[in-house]
Design a protein around this ligand. Structure first.
Ligand code: GLV
Ligand code: MN
Ligand code: MN
Length: 414
């Protein structure tokens, strides 16, 4: 007979709320940038909960955290679950955290039910899924999956010029970065629970999304060097206004993303830093950070090509210098049919509706596919809202996700 997980959803919801209060901003606004004081306090809180559940906790050289529930056959590779607890500025309470605390609750619900896994179950809390500090997303899982080399990681700096090495050691993480990459087979399988971050499940009244593939993200950093000067004294002819050039590029990206005609193509400029940033001074320098995604990698690349073309055109017409730096351009990832089938069977067993769908957001799972078979389970979030303080997932939605995650983990490890 299938294991019936014994969930304590009120306690889980209280933990999610407590975690959301560990923030650099005033609750309910969540800001938890990697290696900040809030990030370290949040890690300590979650590690404490893991220890209370009897899990053996260890951390790697970049701060990826592993909490293991030892199975009856510890020599077998574990099944992993988990997500991230860092949060972008002005974020909400559920992105990533539902996969971490929900993953922990899935383990506890199986423990309460008297289940004894054959394979160990390992909860993973990934370092810096969000690109806020270092400009690149999924730092921990990217290194774990051999996609970012230690040398490339050591070259990362935050906006204040602090290097990764200095920041990780201040945060208490040491050891050779080479040890972060894990061999294929270290995890038997990996399942990530996450909020959908889109509106479809709620709109369609469906409890769960079974993710079949994860869209391909890319990020291009653009530096524009123009010529500053007095906003009154310097006349319009012959100006080399870096921000006016940036404005053209922002619109060029929007138009390139729309022009593919595919609903899956999206392009965003989320960062625009202007120097010197004075109302009476012509901008001499601008830095843009762009985000381009698609379920089709080649179509995504065609948008990047169009953006590069626009850079060359704007530089030539406006007499500014434009340099670009491709931060990342990752291929899409595909979920494992066997785990999808186990999730589908678990949803049916739990009496929860489910549909297969694509993840338009990226996740640590994207990089875990490099070393293990992976799948993702989505729950609805109100209005599809995410990366905003009003992000919300109801206790009932969360309970559905944790219940099916627990049943899936039981099937994969029993
Ligand atoms: C993850 O946070 C993303 O931006 O998709
Ligand atoms: Mn996020
Ligand atoms: Mn997330």
């Amino acid at each position: 007979m299938a294991t019936e997980p014994k969930l304590e959803i009120d306690a889980l919801f209280a933990e999610l709320t407590a975690l959301a209060c560990i923030s650099e901003a005033k609750p309910p606004v969540v800001t938890r940038v990697v290696f900040s004081e809030a990030d370290l306090r949040a890690r300590a809180y979650v590690k404490g909960l893991c220890a209370d559940a009897g899990l053996a906790v260890h951390e790697d050289a970049i701060g990826n955290t592993f909490a293991r529930w030892q199975g009856a056959m510890p020599e077998l590779a574990p099944v992993g679950t988990g997500s991230h607890i860092d949060a972008i500025p002005n974020a909400g309470s559920y992105d990533g955290t539902v996969g971490v605390l929900g993953g922990l609750e899935a383990i506890r619900a199986l423990q309460r039910a008297g289940f004894r896994p054959r394979r160990s179950i390992e909860l993973v809390i990934f370092t810096a899924e969000e690109p806020t500090r270092f400009g690149i997303g999924c730092l921990g899982s990217r290194m774990m999956g051999h996609v970012l080399t230690p040398a490339a990681a050591l070259a990362l700096r935050d906006k204040q010029g602090n290097g990764l090495e200095e920041l990780r050691s201040q945060a208490g993480f040491a050891g050779a970065l080479e040890t972060v990459a894990l061999p294929a087979g270290r995890f038997h399988q990996f399942v990530e629970l996450h909020i959908e971050q889109g509106p479809l499940l709620e709109q369609e009244g469906i409890d769960l999304g079974l993710v079949t593939h994860i869209a391909a993200p890319a990020s291009l950093r653009i530096n524009i060097e123009g010529e500053g000067g007095h906003a009154g004294g310097k006349l319009m002819p012959g100006r080399k206004d870096a921000l006016a050039a940036a404005a053209e590029l922002i619109l060029a990206l929007e138009s390139a993303a729309k022009s593919t005609g595919a609903i899956d193509t999206v392009g965003t400029v989320g960062v625009c830093e202007v120097f010197p940033g004075a109302v009476n001074s012509i901008p001499s320098r601008v830095r843009l950070e762009t985000d381009v995604r698609d379920t089709d990698g080649a179509r995504r690349d065609s948008v990047l090509d169009a953006l590069h073309g626009a850079c060359a055109d704007v530089a030539q017409r406006r007499g500014v210098t434009i340099t670009t730096e491709l931060v990342n351009a990752d291929p899409p990832a595909f979920c494992d049919p066997a785990i999808l089938a186990a999730m589908e069977a678990s949803a049916a067993e739990a009496g929860r509706s489910a549909k297969r769908m694509v993840s338009r957001a990226y996740h640590d799972s994207l990089f875990m596919t490099r070393i293990a078979p992976v799948a993702m389970l989505f729950i609805p979030c109100r209005g599809g809202v995410s990366h905003r303080p009003d992000e919300y997932a109801s206790p009932e939605w969360i309970a559905g996700g944790v219940d099916v995650l627990a049943r899936t983990l039981a099937k994969l490890t029993g």
